[in-house]
Design a protein around this ligand. Structure first.
Ligand code: PMP
Length: 401
């Protein structure tokens, strides 16, 4: 079993594709430090009926290596930026109408998210996680084999993978050395219909300030700028949701998977002006939000739920600071660097990443490493409970000479 594992990187689209761009840096593909699962990552030979009938680009595609798909072994799971808290009061959920289909967009849920976010109900679509919102955008706006999206990497892998599954091109652009938008971003992204900016960025944890994002929105008036704010509760001052009033080409993505501790519920939101919402509602599934999910989500978005979320964010940020400090001390001694975190995770680069990967394996800690050459020495650690953080801190401190 490899230490920092060996799943293959996403590959270019199939040769039959007309899609304009697509050199995905082996990039966005992540792997666990305990990965022993290389399934799904090799190309499929067109020998079976299914493979002969499949869209050719899918035979070459490496599906997203989600934390669950990769697996791992250990007792501290800090590889998926999940919350360590479980808040759901199951007894209070009303499941009495499970014999009926739910509303396509449950009004209580949309109302609760509107109250929480300050965004008008008419500008909100609830989806099966932010991942489905990414897919809806690509399906709604990109013509297969013709159009492209743009991403700034290293970043969240699902933008590129979702595009590839629809044979949509990917302009895989790079963030600057300081993880900002490059000065020529508008020229570089020109022609892409959707331009994804992840803020705070996963996996670097870095942020782009609001004025810079507003410039990007203004500089690309004929494209849709999608700002993924999956982790915004950890640095709410960076949100651009209030700019929705001013820009018809802005989309903001949100999720309940992170600060709201509901990764298992699969509930996300696409925020945009009505023109975009109207198109999205043409491609969305008939019942994208299962009734138990909206029940759980409305509970989380109640005033008490929001207050609890804010308390837990403070607690997680405090644990994250302790973890980052311990990593900094380790890196001072053994070589490496720690990026200042803004989400619920911290990315550290180690001179000897194999040694750290082995240390984590030996101690039952499942964190996340990457195939992207820009992140070859990096490991991402999600913030966790006090008990988990105690163990991590003492592990890194025990490495002091
Ligand atoms: N965007 C980013 C930046 C993420 O890190 C994730 C989840 N890891 C998502 C979107 C998807 O979130 P969800 O669980 O809502 O599908």
């Amino acid at each position: 079993m490899s230490q920092v594992p060996t799943s293959q990187a996403p590959t270019s689209p199939a040769p039959t594709s007309n899609v304009p761009v697509t050199k995905i840096p082996s990039a966005n593909c992540a792997s666990n430090t305990l990965d022993n699962n290389t399934l799904d990552t090799t190309s499929i030979e067109p020998t079976t009926l299914a493979a002969r009938l499949a869209r050719p680009e899918l035979l070459e595609l490496t599906p997203y290596q989600s934390a669950r798909r990769l697996g791992g072994r250990g007792d501290i799971w800090i590889n998926a930026n999940e919350s360590p808290f479980n808040n759901v009061a199951v007894a209070e959920l009303d499941l009495s109408k499970l014999n009926r289909y739910p509303e396509c967009q449950p009004p209580a849920l949309i109302n609760a998210y509107s109250q929480y976010s300050g965004v008008a109900e008419s500008k909100i679509v609830a989806s099966r996680g932010a991942d489905e919102a990414i897919e809806l955008l690509i399906r709604a706006f990109c013509i297969s084999g013709i159009d492209a999206i743009a991403t700034f990497g290293p970043t969240y892998g699902m933008y590129a993978i979702s595009a590839q599954t629809f044979n949509v091109g990917v302009k895989a652009l790079s963030l600057t050395a300081e993880y900002g938008l490059p000065s020529d971003f508008a020229t570089a992204a020109r022609g892409a219909k959707l331009v994804f900016i992840c803020n705070p960025n996963n996996p670097t944890g870095t942020v782009i300030d609001k004025a810079r994002i507003e410039q990007a929105i203004q500089a690309l008036p004929d494209a849709i700028v999608v700002v993924d704010e999956a982790y915004i509760e950890f640095c709410p001052e960076y949100s651009v949701a209030d700019l929705l009033e001013s820009y018809p080409n802005l989309v903001v993505l949100r999720t309940l998977s992170k600060a709201f501790a509901l990764a298992g519920a699969r509930c996300g939101f696409l925020l945009a002006n009505e023109g975009i919402i109207e198109i999205i509602m043409r491609v969305i599934a008939p019942y994208p939000v299962p009734l138990p999910v909206s029940e759980v989500a409305v509970q989380a978005l109640s005033p008490a739920g929001i207050a609890r979320m804010k308390t837990q964010v403070k607690e997680l940020n405090a644990q994250g600071e302790r973890l980052a400090a311990a990593l900094n001390l380790y890196c001072e001694q053994w070589g490496g660097a720690v990026l200042t975190p803004n989400g619920n995770y911290v990315l550290a680069e180690f001179d000897d990443v194999a040694k750290v990967a082995q240390l984590l394996i030996d101690n039952g800690i499942v964190a996340r490493a990457y195939k992207d050459p820009r992140l070859a020495k990096a490991i991402r650690f999600s913030f966790s409970s006090q008990a988990d953080t105690d163990r991590l801190v003492s592990l890194f401190e025990s490495q002091k000479l």
